[in-house]
Design a binder for this molecule. Structure first.
Ligand SMILES: Nc1nc2c(c(=O)[nH]1)N[C@H]1C(S)=C(S)[C@@H](COP(=O)(O)O)O[C@H]1N2
Ligand SMILES: [Mo]
Length: 427
């Protein structure tokens, strides 16, 4: 009984507490949100007429879908149509501008394909995963067998190395939409490798998918043993076909290309193998290549972001996503004056390792033109660089547009014009 009461009282108390806090802040901020107007509207939404009700059992009963009033969708990335004239899927970007929390719904998860992939239609009963090469006991697993093994469930982002911002991009979907975060379930790769028995010189693995170019990637054994997952689950259901159904490799925090979809083979080898996917590392030795695979600390403000419109001066919650291949996000800072002054943002929820982390910052816009930026620090103490810092690092002439080489984890600036319109501020 007492417990029941507590449970019931809690949300209300919290709500009241928050509201009081909010009112205090609101009073302190000249020109803050007009609470009176908001208050009088509460409870006045008309109840829907019966003919406007969706009959759950018929339309939504078997597999739910979102409200018809929610319209955000994925878009082709990099100006290439997807699907193209041949029906091939290319990179498509997630609508981060509409995102809340940290999970990307599976339907909106970005899609990366190395070669304009068809999406294989795999019957899980026919699918096998082979572990072979420099192991004592080569193994072949069915899906059923994998699901009998100890499982883990973890939040992880994936990001394509091609997720880069430039001044032509208008929205955050264009600048940053090639990353997403999901709850992944599967078996630790180390469980399978230990079962197979990795031999002395087995320093690398090559992972392979089912398509003609294999989607193969070389991954260092240390990473394979540390935290790589063989996933069959995503956001509470089976991995979606575009994400690798029925089985995908997940290499947390490393370039997305290594997270091989439609995974069918892992070969333990003694060196870095140059696969189709590894062309980006062509000029590097294997140690450098392995290091270059890890994604640096990165963040972006999703609200307000490019092409959004602020209705006028007053209170706003700046909101965004931060992540790092180096572990958990430990700090996010926000600047409202183009990077001169930085203030700590609040981290919303738990900062999981190699996962999108939601941050927010309470802001009162005075109506003057300004520039918003966010900056991420991860558990290694690495700090997200500005584009100017990157230019300086590469000795680029200061009067020319910055060219980011390799992965782009540069700070994204958004300019708020005095009419409330929001623009990409990369010059
Ligand atoms: N088999 C296979 N795996 C693949 C690819 C592919 O084309 N084939 N694309 C890679 C690339 S380039 C990226 S960025 C990620 C994208 O994962 P997602 O489509 O689930 O977002 O998958 C990687 N795994
Ligand atoms: Mo990618």
């Amino acid at each position: 009984m007492t417990d029941d009461r507590k449970e019931k009282d809690k949300p209300e108390d919290l709500e009241r507490g928050d509201r009081r806090e909010f009112l205090k802040r609101g009073a302190a901020l000249a020109g803050g949100l007009s609470l009176g107007a908001a208050e009088s509207a509460i409870g006045q939404a008309p109840a829907p007429e019966p003919e406007n009700m969706i009959m759950g059992t018929t339309e939504l009963g078997a597999y739910g879908k979102r409200s018809r009033f929610e319209t955000s969708v994925r878009i082709p990335h990099g100006g290439r149509p997807s699907p193209d004239a041949f029906g091939l899927d290319f990179h498509i970007a997630a609508p981060l501008q509409e995102s809340v929390g940290v999970i990307t719904p599976s339907s909106l998860h970005y899609v990366g394909t190395t070669r304009g992939s068809f999406v294989p239609d795999i019957n899980p009963e026919d699918h096998r995963l082979m572990i072979h090469g420099m192991v004592d006991r080569p193994l072949i697993f069915t899906l059923e067998e994998l699901k009998r093994l100890p499982s883990v469930t973890r939040l992880h982002f994936i990001e394509c190395a091609g997720n880069r911002s430039n001044r032509r991009h208008k929205t955050v979907q264009e600048t940053h939409g090639m990353t997403s975060c999901a709850e992944w379930t599967g078996v630790l790769l180390s469980t399978l490798l230990n079962e197979a028995g990795v031999q002395e010189d087995g320093d690398w693995i090559v992972a392979e998918g089912v398509e003609e170019v294999k989607g193969a990637s070389s991954i260092p054994m240390s990473k394979a043993m540390e935290d790589c997952l063989i996933c069959y689950g995503m956001n509470g259901e089976a991995v979606r076909p575009q994400q690798g159904y029925p089985l995908r490799l997940l290499v947390p925090g490393f370039e997305g290309i290594l997270s091989v979809k439609w995974l069918r083979r892992i070969k333990v080898v003694d060196q870095f193998y140059m696969t189709y996917n590894d062309y980006g590392h062509l000029h590097q030795d294997s140690d450098t290549a392995a290091l270059g695979m890890q994604i640096g600390p990165k963040s972006v403000i999703t609200f307000p972001s490019g092409e959004q419109q602020l209705p006028g001066p007053g209170f706003y919650e700046i909101s965004g996503l931060a992540w790092s291949g180096g572990g958990a996000v430990t700090k996010v800072e926000v600047s409202t004056d183009g990077g001169r002054n930085w203030m700590d943002a609040e981290i919303r929820g738990t900062a999981h390792r190699m996962a999108h982390t939601r941050f927010s910052f309470q802001w009162n816009w005075d109506g003057n033109e300004c520039e918003l930026q966010s900056r991420c620090t991860d558990e290694l103490g690495s700090i997200q660089p500005s584009r100017a810092q990157i230019a300086e690092f590469w000795n680029q002439p200061p009067d020319q547009p910055v060219r980011v080489r390799g992965q782009d984890n540069s700070i994204q600036p958004w300019r708020i014009a005095s009419d409330g319109s929001v623009h990409n501020a990369i010059s």
